[in-house]
Design a protein around this ligand. Structure first.
Ligand code: HEC
Length: 212
């Protein structure tokens, strides 16, 4: 090997060692110390707050940013005292997709995956069970009704205005309307509607037994 070649090899070796040194140094950063430190977790007790808990209720009258932005018919679902007969925001594929997802999370557990009322909760709840949102009586109601019930609750059903924004509730209404206009041919929808028929039968048998 020439002198120059040897020098070059030596240089490369030094460079390589230097690079290795850097890599191990990077690994040695003490992330563990950052991970294990004092912090407050959800539901923890707290000495700081008078309530004794970490989690604090928002001050009375606090309004979420999303809700504050929506007013009038978008927020209430009403024109004056009349329920809206049309959806007051643009019904886009994206809105319907939001509706499908949020319906699946918030409504399907009780009203069934295809809104026929054939859910497991309905099976165990006893009458009045979560009704079908596709039955004839529902089809003649203004669309604002679904929004209004999702917002304010109805009988045994709780309101969802604190968990869903106005736009999400309209998205659900739009999705339910789409379901109402579509024939149920897939197996999930058929099972949902058959389950609901079974529960209706249980209720009519129970009612007949109660007759003197
Ligand atoms: C915990 C179960 C439950 C959930 C979750 C639920 N509902 Fe209900 N819903 C019910 C019950 C029960 C009734 C009937 C209440 C009664 O008659 O007292 C009802 C009634 C309704 C009605 C009125 C139907 C009619 O016959 O007039 C609408 C509309 C409705 N729900 C829509 C929704 C929407 C939209 C969601 C999702 C945001 C939802 N529900 C989530 C249980 C539920």
């Amino acid at each position: 090997m020439s002198r120059c070649g040897m020098l070059l090899t030596a240089c490369m070796l030094v460079a390589t060692l230097a690079a290795c040194g850097k890599a191990t140094e990077r690994e040695r950063v003490d992330f563990e110390r950052m991970r294990i430190q004092q912090r407050a977790d959800l539901y923890d007790a707290s000495h700081v707050f008078a309530s004794g808990g970490v989690m604090q209720a928002p001050p009375t009258g606090a309004v979420s940013r999303e809700s504050a932005a929506d007013t009038g018919v978008i927020a209430s679902g009403m024109y004056g005292k009349a329920l809206a007969t049309t959806i007051p925001i643009a019904v886009t594929p994206a809105l319907l997709d939001t509706g499908r997802r949020q319906f699946g999370i918030y409504c399907a557990v009780c009203h069934g995956p295809a809104a026929f009322g054939g859910s497991l909760v309905a099976a165990n709840m006893g009458p009045p069970r979560p009704p079908s949102l596709r039955r004839a009586a529902m089809l003649t109601k203004p669309i604002g009704y679904i929004y209004y019930v999702a917002t304010n609750g109805f009988g045994r059903m709780p309101p969802y205005n604190w968990q869903l924004t106005a736009r999400e509730r309209w998205a659900i209404a739009a999705y339910v309307q789409q379901l109402q206009r579509t024939a149920a041919t897939d197996s999930m929808s058929i099972r949902d509607s058959l389950n609901a028929l079974t529960y209706a039968r249980w209720d009519s048998i129970a009612a007949a037994r109660r007759q003197p």
